[in-house]
Design a protein around this ligand. Structure first.
Ligand code: PMP
Length: 428
């Protein structure tokens, strides 16, 4: 992986580490055209990056350039444009590999996103390796994307789903591992950072515990890869999945990283063009990695956009982005804690920038509607984590989530809008 060198937007001066570097958020904001638009005649304050991030000009222009100059199908045509498109597509794969610390680009499979990557593992690995009586261990805080595919698999093969509970602060109860993790568990699938509570889960401990019983690990990195340095090899997990659209890239693409030996041993999932070696009417042989798992025409322009997003994030430096979000989240917790009737869910420290909360007396959906009128975009609902909300005893929650382009003044505006919502509801 390349060093997170200081870029134009977050340069480290002599003696400063990149993560302590001055971070010029106003310069970053200039890179995102959408942040200049108004909503309901107010300046847009976008606090929904955990759902999807906004896109910098560099990404928009890279995709535009691709369609204007290079568009062709990949790996097929013996003509110039096809060669260029293939080069760009494979270059994107190499970018992803470097960015997440993969040993080689062939271990990176492009998918439609996190959800499809997990479905791929559930079907290809799970279908081949899971038997009746086996178990898959998840956590109570998982996104539905890291739960439902395992349920479907478990149903099919007669396996069991177990879940590590969380405590009242929204951290995993690791003490429960003694009871939950035995030799029947074949896979531990968990999120690195909660999309609701912002909880950072202890990856090393969980990986060590899984290994001790011979279970594999799948890390849902949808909420970590966009926000912090992530090195798959150093983390020791077996599979890692994420989506481009949460990290300044386009929708419609994401990746599965897996260890070569595991991917090689897995049968393909979807069949079609690109993923074959030789085809006869009766049967086929498979292509090597990673094409074996990429049936059909892939999302080529989106891969180009993802590569541009990686260049963009790398130019700023992931440690600098993480440090900025930490500061901002700490500030938001301080400000929101001052508000009457407001309860923050999840840990108050050592956490990511997804901040779920409830306002006493106001339903989260009403809250988000009132805030929207002020130009403040937050999310309300179960955030695709119904079991987590059930555990918290909440039908829904409101969630503000931060990214590299958010500012303290936006947090102030959120806080003011929340106070106003109390006035509108006649709450003291
Ligand atoms: N896991 C987590 C932790 C997420 O936050 C999300 C997106 N909200 C997903 C999985 C699913 O990602 P996608 O919809 O891009 O497939």
């Amino acid at each position: 992986m390349r060093e997170a060198t200081a870029g134009a937007r977050g340069g480290a001066a002599a003696g400063e580490t990149a993560s302590e570097a001055r971070f010029d958020v106003e310069a970053v904001r200039e890179d995102f055209p959408i942040l200049h638009r108004a909503v309901h005649d107010r300046r847009l304050i976008y606090l929904d990056s955990a759902a999807t991030s906004q896109k910098p000009l560099a990404v928009i222009e890279a995709m535009d350039r691709y369609y204007r100059m290079h568009n062709a199908n990949v790996h097929r045509g013996a003509h110039r444009l096809s060669e260029e498109a293939t080069t760009l597509y494979e270059r994107a794969r190499a970018h992803v590999a470097r960015f997440i610390g993969a040993a080689e680009p062939a271990e990176v499979v492009f998918t439609r996103g996190t959800t499809e990557a997990i479905n791929l593992v559930a079907n290809a690995w799970g279908g081949a390796n899971l038997r009746a009586g086996d178990a898959i261990l998840v956590t109570e805080m998982e996104h539905h994307a890291n739960l439902v595919p395992w349920q479907m698999l478990a149903e099919r093969v007669g396996a069991e789903i177990r879940a590590i509970p969380i405590d009242d602060d929204g951290r995993l109860e690791l003490g429960a591992l003694d009871r939950l993790l035995d030799r029947r568990v074949k896979l531990l699938a968990f999120t690195q950072v909660s999309n609701v509570l912002g909880t950072h889960n202890p990856v090393a401990e969980l990986v060590a515990a899984a290994r001790a019983v011979g279970a594999l690990t799948l890390l849902d990195a949808a909420q970590s890869v966009p926000h912090m340095p992530v090195d798959a090899a150093a983390l020791g997990v077996d599979f890692l999945v994420f989506s481009a659209h949460k990290m300044c890239g386009p929708t419609g693409i994401g990746a599965l990283w897996g260890r070569r030996a595991l991917l090689e041993a897995m049968p393909p999932w979807q069949g079609g063009g690109e993923m074959i070696g030789r085809v006869t009417i009766q049967r086929s042989t498979w292509a090597g990695l990673p094409q074996k798992f990429e049936a059909g025409t892939p999302a080529i322009a989106e891969a180009v956009g993802l590569a541009a997003a990686i260049d963009y994030l790398h130019g700023i430096g992931m440690p600098a982005i993480q440090a900025h979000e930490r500061r901002l989240t700490r500030y938001a917790i301080e400000r929101l804690s001052e508000l009457p009737g407001l309860r923050i869910h999840g840990p108050l420290e050592d956490r990511g920038g997804a901040l779920a909360f409830s306002m006493e007396g106001i339903h989260p959906h009403d809250l988000s509607t009132i805030l929207d009128r002020q130009g403040v975009a937050i999310r309300a609902g179960h955030h695709c984590a119904m079991p987590l909300h059930e555990r918290l005893g909440l039908p829904a929650s409101a969630r503000a989530s931060f990214y590299l382009y958010n500012t303290e003044s936006e947090v102030d505006a959120l806080s003011r809008a929340l106070l106003q919502s109390r006035e509108i509801f006649g709450l003291a």
